[in-house]
Design a binder for this molecule. Structure first.
Ligand code: ADP
Length: 469
């Protein structure tokens, strides 16, 4: 099958979160199954651009209302992803270093979707599946089926994956004319609740809709910021497929971002060396259990309770453990964490920012990973932690519920029900008691490093889904 993924992110070209990891890995595994998967994404003027050379393969035009943008499709020349990647360079809209958070994001991503389809329109090779990811590509299934210019794609099946239903991308109807011409009879397919809504449009128009874990699929059909009713209506074409991880990138035996490598046979030595290095860097005591958090500092991730978790843990159990946070997000959370750092020097530290290398070092060197998420569609951090022998402490929600089994149920992690300081603290206390038995720790680390969360199974499930349509 000729499979086209359309996405705003793809690791290592541009990453803001798990979406990039998924789109960066899934096509590789689909190609390994004998298909031809490729990725279309915007070309950002970021570090990846600075580090590589590129070749132009197409020039086209994308019209947004009364502005016509010239775009180039370019491909990297000096790097092999294991699949083709097509980068759409739209000067004026994407010649910036960040992926999101500009005032004109609506204009940027609609133009990107139009450019992607204009380019696909010029292809001679048949396209078997167009697989779109998250709201930034949400109008593609609609445009493929209803926009006059793209009539050629009317019978090409589309799949839309909801990586995060919290972000719907809605905006006012006065921008309806941004989309290329279609019959006004179909206006209802791009709206929800009186607004243009790319996520809703994708749920209505894609041939199949997936989410990144079965539990999240179930949760959002009851609660997804107003779209739950729509999901219930469309439930026959929806299903949850649990994400995998790229075990070539995330491999503690070979990970180029780690200074020390380890496998199942030398876990303790490897993790200790990495922990010592981390503790030295952040002025923490390496003889104490190290709890970490990696992620966006937003409510969705439960990051707003972290300062209180730190405070209560350090006040109730002074000097008994270390906590390290890597993340960036809401200023008020960042500020509260920096304040905690002043209060609990030597036991708590935070790195505010995005740092891929440090994240790998933390998965390697930590003892426990905290994920108190309120919402977690799949969650990749816990899967990386397992692969690096770090024990997850998670709230039972979404993909966390599908991938982490509590020690009390014969499993390998610590689970709690609520996103509250009380519940996290309770898990921390359990984890510390567990940590005091080194033999158990070694056994569980071995067990979790062996769990197979590679993409092989999920890539196959997606292919079966494609075949069904
Ligand atoms: P999200 O909802 O943010 O996409 P996921 O768990 O699906 O959450 O994926 C998060 C990805 O982003 C993981 O690869 C994680 O290691 C990475 N990540 C998040 N925050 C940071 C950060 N500050 N620095 C480095 N990597 C980060």
């Amino acid at each position: 099958m000729n499979i086209i993924h359309v996405s705003a992110e793809c690791y290592p070209v541009a990453k803001a979160g798990g979406l990039a990891d998924v789109v960066g890995a899934l096509p590789k595994y689909q190609n390994a199954l004998g298909h031809k998967a490729s990725v279309i994404m915007p070309f950002y003027y970021n570090k990846f651009r600075d580090a590589h050379t590129f070749k132009d393969i197409f020039t086209g035009y994308a019209r947004l209302a009364d502005i016509t943008y010239t775009f180039n499709v370019i491909i990297p020349q000096d790097v092999d992803f294991g699949y083709e990647i097509y980068l759409i360079d739209i000067p004026g809209l994407f010649d910036r270093d960040s992926i999101y958070s500009y005032d004109d994001d609506i204009e940027r991503f609609i133009t990107f979707q139009i450019a992607a389809l204009n380019w696909l329109n010029s292809w001679e090779a048949p396209v078997d599946i167009v697989h779109c990811h998250d709201q930034h590509t949400g109008f593609v299934p609609f445009m493929m089926s209803k926009v006059w210019d793209y009539r050629k794609f009317e019978h090409v099946p589309t799949v839309f994956t909801i990586h995060n239903g919290e972000y719907q991308g809605q905006f006012g109807f006065e921008k309806l004319h941004y989309l290329p011409p279609f019959h006004s009879y179909y206006n209802g397919l791009v709206e929800w609740n009186g607004e243009m809504n790319p996520l809703a449009s994708a749920i209505k128009c894609a041939w199949k809709v997936t989410t990144v874990s079965p539990s999240y699929m179930n949760e959002i059909s009851f609660s997804m910021k107003g779209l739950e009713g729509l999901l219930q209506l469309e439930k026959d074409k929806c299903l949850g497929i649990l994400n995998g991880i790229d075990v070539d990138v995330w491999n503690p035996e070979t990970d180029p971002l780690l200074d020390v490598h380890y496998g199942i046979r030398n876990i303790s030595g490897g993790k200790k060396a990495l922990k010592d290095k981390l503790c030295e860097q952040f002025n923490l005591n390496p003889s104490k259990p190290l709890f970490v958090f990696i992620g966006r500092l937003v409510k969705e991730k439960g990051a707003d309770i972290l300062p209180d978790v730190v405070y209560q843990t350090m006040i109730n159990f002074p000097g008994e453990q270390n906590i390290l946070v890597l993340g960036s997000g809401e200023q008020v959370i960042e500020g509260a964490l920096l304040h905690m750092e002043q209060l609990f020097k030597g036991n708590f530290c935070s790195y505010i920012g995005y740092n891929e290398k440090l994240s790998h070092e933390i998965y390697g060197g930590a003892d426990f990973l905290l994920m108190p998420s309120r919402v977690e569609p799949c969650g990749l951090n816990q899967l990386y932690a397992l692969r690096y022998g770090t024990i997850p402490i998670v709230r039972r929600t979404g993909g966390l519920q599908d991938t982490v089994i509590d020690m009390g149920d014969g499993g390998f992690g610590f689970c709690h029900n609520e996103c509250t300081t009380h519940d996290v603290l309770h898990s921390v206390i359990r984890a510390k008691a567990f940590y005091s038995d080194k033999k158990n720790v070694r056994a569980i680390r071995k067990q979790i490093m062996k769990i197979d969360h590679s993409w092989t199974k999920a890539a196959d499930e997606y292919v079966e889904l494609y075949k069904s349509i």
